[in-house]
Design a protein around this ligand. Structure first.
Ligand SMILES: Cc1cc2nc3c(=O)[nH]c(=O)nc-3n(C[C@H](O)[C@H](O)[C@H](O)COP(=O)(O)OP(=O)(O)OC[C@H]3O[C@@H](n4cnc5c(N)ncnc54)[C@H](O)[C@@H]3O)c2cc1C
Ligand code: SF4
Length: 348
């Protein structure tokens, strides 16, 4: 009897990989460290997704439902892999919950870690209650409670969204662009204006990277239809005058200092490598790339190969990725795993 494929992580990439494998009758086991599946969109309570506008709980919840109760998909939640030994076609994984899985191959779909804004203290997070992150605003919207200032529950009249928090910042060792936060921020700005039409929303940016088709749908629409204001600026600090939050910086278009008061400041946080990656690299015997994401060994031959034969990777584990690209990688890597197994069995 053939052994299953081990999938580490039950986010969009892992759910897609499991669905593809199950569809062609190949057994797999998802090992997820949290107590439920869905990855960042579910665990962090995202609201309406870019680009479809569907609620995360419906869109990703549907992907979870598709693999749950599927006879071809085993699910181990609240567990991770502690050792992974053997060769392609014949691996043994030990799990933190004491169980053992024999597997033909593994796909690492272990995703990313949200940037922790306390690592950017001069921008006020952790000091002022009304300095929040994009994930917190997503949660305010998805919970149905609406966008409110955490300090006293009032409706904000002026909101600033600061882009590139924890991305494109050499000073704190994060040079990469997190790819989706410009678009997510334009989307959130429109959602805030929709809920609070009297609230003024400003986006502070270095460059706007609403890539591809998102330029019209988010960047231009947010300005033309929703009157969101964009300021090209270098931000120095976020302070408080005791009443309002004060964002100080330089308008880099007119090259003048600007100081503007707000009720709420939102950090558009980036995507860090998964904090577990150094441990995962050791457990699975794979290489990480220079920033700490999982290194992809083969870009054009087979999807998602890592430095170790039989161990594959998909989604935001490889670097900042959107949900749809993570899903595409999950499906594509499942196919690469299946074709690699044919190669292994031929050479065995
Ligand atoms: C604020 C914010 C909003 C976003 N909104 C959007 C959006 O609207 N549209 C969009 O396209 N993208 C969005 N993104 C990006 C989106 O979050 C990612 O594209 C997506 O989550 C990547 O899916 P994934 O499955 O690769 O990883 P993840 O979603 O990170 O899932 C990884 C899974 O692996 C598990 N895991 C991690 N380590 C281990 C381990 N050691 N053992 C076992 N399990 C483990 C995790 O618990 C998690 O369940 C947003 C990102 C941010 C920061
Ligand atoms: S997507 Fe936009 S906000 Fe995010 S890191 Fe890139 S430029 Fe900055």
């Amino acid at each position: 009897m053939t052994k299953p494929i081990l999938i580490l992580g039950g986010g969009p990439a892992g759910l897609a990989a499991a669905h593809s494998l199950a569809t062609v009758g190949k057994k797999c086991v998802i090992v997820e460290k949290e107590d439920k599946l869905g990855g960042a969109p579910i665990l962090s309570g995202y609201a309406k997704l870019v680009p479809t506008g569907e609620w995360a709980k419906d869109a990703i919840g549907g992907m979870v439902a598709r693999v749950t109760d599927n006879a071809h998909v085993g699910i181990e939640t609240g567990a991770t892999v502690t050792s992974f030994d053997g060769n392609p076609g014949d691996f043994t994984a030990e799990l933190s919950n004491g169980s053992k899985i024999e597997a033909e191959a593994a796909i690492l779909c272990s995703g990313f870690t949200h940037f922790d804004s306390v690592n950017k203290p001069e921008w006020g997070f952790g000091t002022y209650e009304d300095v929040v992150t994009t994930t917190q605003v997503e949660q305010m919207i998805s919970s149905g409670n609406g966008v409110r200032c955490p300090s006293d529950g009032r409706k904000p009249e002026r909101v600033a969204i600061l882009l590139c928090v924890g991305s494109r910042d050499r000073q704190i060792g994060r040079e990469w662009c997190s790819k989706i936060c410009c678009t997510v921020s334009s989307n959130l700005a429109m959602e805030i204006r929709e809920e609070l039409p009297d609230c003024h929303v400003y986006i502070y940016y270095m460059d706007i990277r609403t890539f591809g088709l998102y330029e019209t749908k988010y960047y231009w629409r947010s300005q033309e239809e929703f009157k969101v204001k964009y300021i090209k600026a270098r931000i120095a600090e976020v302070t408080s005058d005791g009443d309002k939050l004060i964002v100080k910086g330089e308008d880099t278009l007119v090259k003048r200092p600007i100081t503007i008061p707000f009720d709420m400041v939102v950090h558009a946080i980036g995507m860090d490598p998964n904090v577990d990656n150094p441990t995962l690299a050791q457990t699975f015997g794979i290489d990480l790339e220079e920033n700490g994401f999982v290194d992809v060994a083969n870009r054009y031959g087979a999807m998602g190969e890592t430095s170790r034969p039989g161990v594959f990777v998909a989604g935001a584990a490889t670097g900042p990725e959107t949900i749809d690209d993570s899903i595409a990688q999950g499906h594509g890597t499942a196919m690469a795993v299946l074709s690699s197994l044919k190669d292994f069995s031929k050479s065995a």
